[in-house]
Design a protein around this ligand. Structure first.
Ligand SMILES: NC(=O)c1ccc[n+]([C@@H]2O[C@H](COP(=O)([O-])OP(=O)(O)OC[C@H]3O[C@@H](n4cnc5c(N)ncnc54)[C@H](OP(=O)(O)O)[C@@H]3O)[C@@H](O)[C@H]2O)c1
Length: 278
């Protein structure tokens, strides 16, 4: 399953998350994921694993043009020049001639966001990047960015799971022709909330699926990209076995009722840049 982007390219509905995967663990996870059918890897400069992700893709035996790879420009990048330099470094680290998707990892001032984005647009012109977008942007950040952008952003990647469903943001992005990518799709460090959720367990039992598979299927059935992270081979497999069942409207609705507006990551308007390099 894949979703069309406004850049003309398509993004696979499920991507392997790689935050907190480093070194050999990241390399092995990427290689394993590609061997079982993943075609989308989510990385970031801030994760410190671009080299391992690039090596994993290169050694997987899957052709580069069949894999969708994302990276993100770090919070420390404030100017157009710094952004251009970091894009070239990401290309070298990933060992690739182009990157499928580059995102601004977190917003800062409108001026800084526009300057960084302008370097990303130039990199699209130069064939270094195929699609560009943002992450952790609120609606006001996106509106301001679009006002000065030459190339429309394709994606907003943000925290999204059963307890923080982002319905309004999803509607807004759909209206702008943008795709929502869900990070922490299984509630990250609070994954036990998903594993022990009675609604997800009941629905899962009806389909012979686990609560995590139901939580991920629910996202992609909404047209949202899911980015489950794992370094464990059997969990990597489990998180991709989502395409042989379908949730009914009633099941989708009962998961809808689990929304608690519960945020695990910083609110983008209050992020402290000294605090996180996500
Ligand atoms: N743009 C941003 O600011 C931002 C922020 C956060 C995350 N992200 C992206 O989104 C990805 C996903 O978010 P996340 O890593 O925070 O959280 P997540 O994917 O919701 O959860 C990952 C956690 O769940 C465990 N796990 C994975 N599959 C499991 C399963 N089937 N059963 C039980 N446990 C399982 C993992 O451990 P094991 O590895 O041991 O399996 C890990 O501890 C990140 O890796 C990153 O690529 C982006």
């Amino acid at each position: 399953m894949e979703f069309k982007l406004n850049s003309g390219h398509a993004v696979p509905a499920v991507g392997l998350g790689t935050w907190q995967s480093t070194g050999d663990e990241a390399y092995t996870a990427v290689k394993h994921a590609l061997s079982v059918g993943y075609r989308h890897i989510d990385s970031a400069v801030g994760y410190g694993n671009e080299k391992e992700v690039g090596r994993g893709i290169a050694d997987s035996g899957v052709a580069r043009d069949r894999v969708f790879v994302t990276t993100k420009i770090t919070n420390s990048v404030m100017t157009k020049e710094q952004a251009a330099k970091q894009i070239d470094e990401s290309l070298a680290n990933l060992g690739t001639e182009y990157i499928d998707l580059v995102l601004i990892h977190w917003p800062w001032t409108y001026e800084r966001n526009a300057a960084v984005y302008s370097a990303m647009e130039d990199a699209v012109d130069a064939g270094k990047i195929r699609s560009i977008g943002v992450s952790n942007f609120n609606i006001h950040h996106i509106d301001a960015l679009i006002a000065s952008a030459r190339i429309a952003p394709s994606v907003n990647q943000m925290e999204c799971h059963i307890s923080l469903q982002n319905t309004r943001m999803h509607d807004y992005l759909t209206g702008k022709g943008m795709v929502l990518q869900a990070y922490a799709p299984m509630k990250s460090r609070k994954i036990s909330d998903v594993l022990e959720n009675e609604t997800l367990k009941k629905i899962g039992n009806a389909h012979g699926k686990t609560p995590t598979q139901v939580a991920l299927r629910w996202l992609i059935q909404r047209g949202i990209v899911a980015l489950p992270k794992s370094v464990n081979p059997s969990r990597i497999d489990e998180n991709f076995a989502l395409f042989d069942f379908q949730l009914s409207d009633d099941e989708m609705h009962s998961i809808r009722k689990l929304n608690r507006a519960e945020r695990l990551f910083p609110e983008p308007d209050n992020v402290d840049f000294g605090f996180l390099e996500l």
